[in-house]
Design a protein around this ligand. Structure first.
Ligand code: FES
Length: 78
């Protein structure tokens, strides 16, 4: 799985925190948490609950399969 930008405000998820025990990645900017296998938003921190629905609106992550070749190089199955 490879994801580069976030569905919320286009932050770089490479700066996020992976949470393997929950199968989630948390965005460094607002802390939205997405399932890394489904791409679906699973959690928004309580501090953002009073924000408008428009502000909280976001899509799902676009996930790509990463293929590791025999020579150790990686490619994306897009
Ligand atoms: S930009 Fe990532 S949660 Fe808002």
């Amino acid at each position: 799985m490879l994801v580069t930008t976030l569905a919320h405000r286009a932050a770089l998820l490479s700066k996020g925190q992976l949470k393997p025990s929950d199968n989630r990645i948390a965005c460094y900017m607002h802390g939205f948490e997405y399932n890394v296998f489904t791409g679906k938003l699973e959690s928004i921190p309580n501090k953002w609950t009073n924000q408008s629905e428009g502000w909280k609106e976001c899509g799902e992550l676009i996930l790509y399969d990463v293929i590791e070749d025999e020579d150790g190089t990686n490619s994306i199955d897009a």
